[in-house]
Design a protein around this ligand. Sequence first.
Ligand SMILES: *[C@@H]1O[C@H](CO)[C@@H](O)[C@H](O)[C@H]1NC(C)=O
Ligand SMILES: *[C@@H]1O[C@H](CO)[C@@H](O)[C@H](O)[C@H]1NC(C)=O
Ligand SMILES: *[C@@H]1O[C@H](CO)[C@@H](O)[C@H](O)[C@H]1NC(C)=O
Length: 216
Amino acid sequence: MMNTPTLFTSFFFLLFAFITINLPSSLSLSSSNNAELVQYKDGGNISPMDFVYILPAKIGPKGGGITLGNTKNSTCPAAVVLDNCAAMNGLVLGFTMQQDENLNVSTNSPVYIEFLDLPVDCTFDLRWVVVDDFPHPWIGIGSSDDDDDHPSKIIDGDFIIQRYQRGYKIVFCPKSNNNATAGACKSIGIHKDKHGLRNLILTDKDLFPFVFVNAH
Ligand SMILES: *[C@@H]1O[C@H](CO)[C@@H](O)[C@H](O)[C@H]1NC(C)=O
Ligand SMILES: *[C@@H]1O[C@H](CO)[C@@H](O)[C@H](O)[C@H]1NC(C)=O
Ligand SMILES: *[C@@H]1O[C@H](CO)[C@@H](O)[C@H](O)[C@H]1NC(C)=O
């Protein structure tokens, strides 16, 4: 009869074998091709729904962390923006891989990005979306049900994290059934609007790398 330590060892061996064999194959199921685990600035993987700040890789002139701002007249902040103050970390975000909510966050695969709390009492869906708008689509939160501000203009597609310079960038890949924007993924960059808000928009200009910082 097996004694307890042997059982334990076998169990962990099997568990380890399971993880080793299954993880790479499940990762490669997605669109990609060289998916790799996203690392915090100070090292370590980002686990699902960790509390995370997204900050410019180089703190300073670009601003602080990612937070929310008000668009137009909205009483609830619905635009994803960069804090104007370099000393601010912004709001806490969480990530989950679309293919499996238990996976650590990796590059080159669709990921849900959401704020984990809202500074004011609003009932928005806190997950990132892309709002189709002139002169450029912008990143916001909320669903078509939420308002006034960006109903029915949400572009169907996926957010993907990619390595960029000494950090990462986030790109958005529209689903192909949206013919106006179908095809190529677009990078997310910053556009400073006339009110001084640093909006996250789809653009290939003025890109700079971001880093992920554990908020604990
Ligand atoms: C996920 O990340 C956590 C934190 O770094 C780590 O402890 C765990 O082993 C990782 N899991 C996998 C499957 O890589
Ligand atoms: C802002 O609100 C006012 C009054 O509710 C309205 O008349 C105006 O059209 C709104 N502006 C925008 C840009 O939504
Ligand atoms: C693209 O979509 C628009 C509106 O959804 C539609 O009016 C137009 O005919 C479509 N164009 C093509 C080439 O499918």
